[in-house]
Design a protein around this ligand. Structure first.
Ligand code: FES
Length: 166
């Protein structure tokens, strides 16, 4: 609910914030949309950090303490990246049909990590997102916040391999 008609600015130019904003808009920026909004944050970024808490709090006019309370109450919301690296694989339609189904399977099998999980050595967390808002670059994976597009099969596998060495 934007009481004075002014929305807070998006926290950064990262397109994923637009997805979060879209989730709030769907609920008319009403506080009742809080959980759906937190799901959108979790899905897009893999965790709900301070910037997200502030943005959601200001946008929905919900006290930060309440946003924090809901985030910590539900186990599916993570407050920080679970692994040293976070790989978000977009499984929205455009990305899925262009090969991200195989990328997702590859990461799961090769690194022994399930969707939403982290490897036992805490090196890699894997997140599957429905659409990260960059369909023109499909198929999209996001490696520690860096959007990588238009790479399929061996090319995306090699990129992930290289990235994990950093
Ligand atoms: S479906 Fe992947 S960015 Fe939209």
């Amino acid at each position: 609910m934007i009481l004075d008609g002014r929305k807070p600015p998006l926290p950064s130019a990262d397109k994923r914030w637009r997805l979060v904003d879209a989730a709030m808009r769907r609920n008319g920026y009403r506080p009742q949309g809080l959980i759906e909004t937190l799901h959108a944050v979790q899905e897009a970024f893999g965790y709900v950090d301070d910037a997200a808490l502030r943005f959601v709090s200001q946008s929905l006019q919900v006290p930060p303490s309440q946003v924090l309370g809901v985030t910590t109450f539900y186990h599916q919301f993570k407050m920080k990246p679970q692994g040293r690296h976070t790989c978000v694989i977009c499984t929205g339609t455009a990305c899925y049909i262009k090969g991200n189904d195989r990328a997702l399977e590859h990461v799961q099998k090769t690194y022994g990590v399930s969707v939403g999980g982290t490897t036992p050595d805490k090196e890699l967390s894997l997140v599957a997102a429905r659409c990260v808002g960059a369909c023109g670059l499909a198929p999209v994976v996001i490696l520690d916040g860096v959007v990588v597009g238009k790479l399929v099969d061996e090319a995306v596998q090699a990129r992930i391999r290289e990235w994990l060495k950093t």
